[in-house]
Write a protein that binds this ligand. Structure first.
Ligand code: ZN
Length: 262
């Protein structure tokens, strides 16, 4: 009876020992495998695998930088084209192939949706925006410019009117607005004080339009302030320029401008 008990105890001890040895062996093998994996990952420079080994650290999310080359600044059919006294349209008699007339404006089809959305947004505040002059052909600009020269002389005409082939209006991306509320301010600085002019100042960039000519930037854009002249550049660029507090295309794209003709 005693020997039987002893035998049972012995078997029990052997079983427990085998179990402990088994567990120890298992743990050792696992550790070895994990280490080999680690070494392989480091050797492969596998960053994603490595990041799982360290305690998570709050990473600074870096926003992708704005791609300034997404659209051309030289092609007159591009919404980012820069047209000024140093940069005429690449083909001076360029005519946009996608002109659409809507709500009193003749503009590139690329600008239509945002233009209509902007008018609709103003309308929800009972404000009617009035587009008076938009696309102008080379010939129309030529007549206009020559008329201004006859009236004011070239030096003065050049401060507010573009030579044919140098006008943003020829791209189909520019719109001059007038006010039905303060018609006395049409084509005058005080347009921005009229209810519709003020609305445009506050909201146009939300729809991809920028106020192109301001008094502060005359030496860069080459023109006197025109509180009524808006240029379509798309929401993406308008948002980025606002974010960076940059108001001219010349400064944003580092393109030459100024008051001297090429
Ligand atoms: Zn204009």
């Amino acid at each position: 009876m005693v020997s039987h008990k002893k035998s049972n105890k012995k078997q029990f001890v052997i079983l427990i020992s085998a179990l402990i040895i088994g567990i120890a062996l298992g743990v050792t093998l696992c550790a070895f495998k994990f280490n080999s994996l680690k070494i392989t990952n480091i050797a492969n420079n596998d960053i994603s695998a490595n990041t799982t080994e360290v305690a998570p650290v709050a990473e600074k999310v870096v926003a992708p930088s704005f791609d300034k080359t997404k659209f051309s600044t030289a092609d007159p059919s591009s919404i980012w084209v820069v047209v000024n006294k140093q940069h005429p349209l690449s083909s001076v008699d360029f005519v946009p192939s996608d002109l659409i007339t809507t709500n009193g404006a003749t503009i590139s089809s690329k600008a239509v949706d945002d233009f209509e959305a902007m008018l609709a947004a103003a309308a929800t505040e009972s404000i009617t925006l009035t587009a008076t002059s938009s696309y102008r052909s080379y010939d129309t600009q030529s007549k206009l410019y020559n008329g201004y020269i006859a009236e004011h002389g070239q030096a003065v005409a050049d401060t507010f009117s573009a030579k044919p082939g140098y006008s943003e209006h020829q791209t189909g991306f520019a719109i001059d607005f007038t006010s039905i509320y303060e018609p006395i301010c049409n084509f005058d600085d005080c347009f921005s004080d009229a209810i519709d002019g003020a609305w445009l100042t506050a909201h146009a960039s939300d729809y991809g339009f920028i106020l192109r000519y301001t008094a502060e930037k005359q030496s860069i854009t080459g023109y006197k302030a025109e509180s009524w002249h808006y240029r379509y550049i798309g929401r993406e660029l308008a948002t980025e320029m606002k974010k960076q507090s940059i108001t001219t295309l010349e400064e944003f794209f580092n393109v030459t401008g100024g008051e001297i003709y090429l």
